[in-house]
Design a protein around this ligand. Structure first.
Ligand code: PEP
Ligand code: MG
Length: 733
């Protein structure tokens, strides 16, 4: 295989060599073209005129079945084997026996390698194994472009062509950069073991080092004991010490593969199995084994530590946890995940880092290579890998437009959000990480309307100590320099599972034991948090609010606990906050119908639209199938918001809205027209929202909404967007 020559000559030489050494009359290589087709690219024994002219679809004939199932097929009676179909013109019909194996790499089928004999020959397991090893090498070489000849664009490996994929947008924005794989694929210059003993030594040492690493992870696991997290580490240990795993890899080395290729071979087998496992638990375990193989690869490559993150890096991963994402910090321009969910912690972190995030992009970790140019369009949830010049040009224009708009927003930073009819709207920002806080200055936010305290809990391996919590709250308030900060108490449960908390099996976690329900049932965590807040504030004013309040008594209880802690704090002789506001989030429809005393007791109310909408419409916010059916422009929802505004006004209770909706200008405009006067959103949205609000007369907007509701419109998005265009502010949406 190492011999010189162009791609076709190499392939021709390989099929001749295999046929003679395995004593078969036929040996053929079929390579994948696009998603669906397989092309006969070289043959010994079949009609040579059909090379590059004979095609099969994936799934069609024995060859197509090997490609679709990524499993070998052997038979001594091909014609009578189910699915057999010969390709006319190849002369295949006279061969009785057939053995074919997939040419695959890491779960991706690149082609099929076949041998055939005229008589009924029963191929042995050794024949299958031998052919698989050769196929493995062919896969490596296909990837390296070894079969490319002059001007062979058609035959170009899959990793040089442009690749476009559509996923789901989890954070808007646009980024142009280069791929940085979270788990890199190793490219080998030479997949063949030159010195088998040396390769055995490398592999054995790498496995030893891996076992040590896993033991270290387990020893350093401060949680000691319970949790999913621990399960994963235990699974790693079990796999790392599995004798069969090492034995199979060593056998591959003995048959002539380099250590890395031997590891890959195991990985390929796991991935092929993964595709067929339906059980979610077993799938996760198979994923663990895959992750472990990646770790082993890094040991072989000798790069254990942090890899260099290139400028403009776009992180590409199957999935990533919030902690790992935070480790990359501000070195990333964007993130693309094959899995992931909009409401996931990683999405919240990406939002906090203000970088575009696209999730559910199939196959990207297979298609992408480190350093590949990539464009991420977070607005529509699209990814262009290795884009051609036209796409690149169009994308640059989009980036320029964004930059111009940014300039316009920056110019408004110190201006108030004053509408044409003289209504003053307060614009605050949502935060949850210390890295968010510089945006308080830059964005022109008037304060932090929602500080999600749970992020500090989510990204750690254990409950943060009181001193750590207090130190964080102290820094948040110092950074805010006297601006108002609303700390939301721990909002966990549902999708936000603390790594160190035993995961409860609940039939409907979003409707389950979460947020304030946990805080009231397990008051120690809340008490500790309240004490930390009072301590961190050290006399400065702040606001606290409770998530997911569903009935007035829950708020009263939490408020009483807060006042108790305040008393205790004062009794200890510590400085009392100059002002302490205690508010509630309105995230369940029931709270809007609470008795009057609730509205008098709460110092303020903040609508958590993300949850309120999901409960109002009975549509899971994390379920893409149902989430998109309803939105904040729904007439019933707007009427409901008006009702909440009316109740708050009747009691003089300040009201704000802190769900994601108000981060989009048109939604923000509709909700302020319903009477909400304080909005809290991600910092990047403040500029665009302010710009639109300053250009509209809310009485007119309200007129459009009222007229629509009067007419019986179900949804007012169209009417409002149309009005905005007519009013000449369409470009600000
Ligand atoms: C909300 O539900 O609208 C909200 C702001 O809280 P979270 O998104 O953290 O649930
Ligand atoms: Mg919420």
């Amino acid at each position: 295989m190492a011999e010189a020559g162009d791609g076709q000559q190499r392939m021709d030489a390989i099929v001749t060599l295999i046929a003679s050494s395995m004593s078969t009359e036929v040996c053929s290589i079929y390579l994948r073209r696009g998603d669906r087709k397989l092309e006969l690219c070289a043959t010994e024994g079949l009609n040579r005129d059909s090379v590059h002219r004979a095609f099969l679809l994936v799934g069609q004939g024995l060859v197509g079945q090997i490609a679709s199932r990524s499993e070998p097929i052997k038979t001594a009676d091909a014609q009578n084997t189910r699915g057999f179909q010969y390709i006319p013109g190849t002369g295949e019909e006279v061969y009785m026996s057939f053995l074919g194996v997939p040419i695959q790499r890491l779960g991706e089928v690149l082609g099929v390698l076949v041998v055939q004999n005229r008589e009924a020959r029963h191929y042995s397991e050794d024949d299958v194994h031998g052919l698989e090893v050769v196929a493995m090498l062919l896969a490596e070489m296909t990837e390296l472009g070894a079969f490319l000849g002059e001007g062979d664009a058609e035959l170009a490996g899959s990793h040089v062509r442009p690749y476009y994929a559509r996923g789901v947008s989890a954070q808007e924005g646009a980024a142009e950069g280069v791929v940085h794989l979270h788990e890199p694929r190793v490219m080998l210059a030479n997949p063949v073991a030159e010195d088998v003993e040396e390769e055995r030594r490398r592999l054995t040492e790498a496995v030893e080092a891996l076992r040590g690493e896993v033991d270290d992870l387990l020893a350093g696991d401060l949680l000691g004991g319970a949790g999913e997290h621990r399960d994963v580490l235990e699974a790693y240990r079990m796999f790392a010490n599995d004798k069969g795993w090492l034995r199979r890899m060593l056998a591959s080395v003995d048959s002539g593969l380099a250590a890395e290729v031997a590891v890959e071979r195991e990985q390929t087998a796991v991935r092929a199995r993964l595709a067929r496992i339906a059980d979610p638990y077993l799938r996760e375990r198979a994923h663990d084994l895959d992750d472990l193989a990646n770790k082993l690869m890094r040991h072989l490559a000798g790069e254990r530590g942090q890899r260099e993150v290139p400028p403009g890096a776009v992180l590409v991963a199957r999935n990533i946890g919030p902690g790992e994402l935070l480790d990359y910090g501000d070195r990333l321009a964007g993130v693309v995940l094959e899995e992931g969910a909009i409401g996931s912690h990683a999405a919240i972190v990406a939002r906090a880092l203000a970088i575009p995030l696209v999730i559910q992009v199939g196959r990207l970790t297979l298609e992408a290579r480190n350093g590949d140019p990539i464009l991420v369009d977070g607005d529509v949830g699209a990814v262009h890998l290795r884009p051609d010049d036209t796409i690149h040009g169009a994308f640059r224009e989009k980036l320029d437009m964004r930059a111009q708009a940014m300039e316009a927003w920056r110019a408004l930073r110190d201006e108030p959000a004053l509408t044409l009819d003289g209504q003053r709207v307060g614009l605050h920002m949502n935060a949850g990480l210390l890295t968010d806080l510089p945006s308080l200055e830059g964005s022109g936010a008037e304060g932090v309307g929602l500080y999600r305290t749970e992020l500090q809990f989510l990204i750690r391996a254990r409950v943060p100590l009181r001193s750590e919590q207090a130190a964080l709250y102290d820094r948040v308030l110092s950074n805010a320099r006297g601006k108002r900060v609303v700390f939301r108490t721990l909002d966990i449960g549902s999708d936000k599972v603390l790594p160190y908390m035993k995961r409860l099996e609940e039939p409907n976690p979003a409707l389950g034991w979460r947020a304030i329900r946990i805080s009231l049932d397990r008051p120690n965590i809340l008490k500790m948090q309240l004490q930390s807040l009072l301590r961190g504030a050290a006399g400065r004013s702040f606001a606290v609010m409770f998530p997911m309040v569903a009935q007035a008594s829950e708020f009263s209880q939490a408020r009483a606990m807060t006042l108790e802690q305040l008393e205790r704090h004062i009794r200890n002789g510590w400085p009392a906050p100059s002002r302490l506001e205690i508010g509630a989030m309105l995230e369940t429809p029931s709270l809007a119908f609470a008795p009057d005393h609730f509205f008098r007791e709460a110092d303020f109310i903040s609508i958590g639209g993300n949850d309120l909408k999901q409960f109002f419409f009975a549509a899971d916010r994390e379920n893409e199938r149902v989430r998109r059916r309803y939105d904040a422009f729904n007439a019933s929802y707007l009427s409901f918001i008006r009702m909440i505004v009316d109740r708050c006004e009747a009691h003089g209770t300040p009201l704000s809205y802190c769900g994601e909706d108000v981060g989009r200008p048109l939604e923000a405009m509709a909700l302020t027209a319903m009477g909400v006067r304080t909005l809290s959103m991600r910092p990047a949205s403040i500029g665009p929202v302010k710009r639109l609000l300053r250009s509209v007369d809310l009485r007119e907007v309200r007129g459009v909404i009222d007229a629509g509701i009067g007419r019986g419109d179900v949804n007012l998005r169209g009417a409002l967007a149309g009005w905005a265009r007519d009013a000449g502010v369409g470009d600000l949406l």
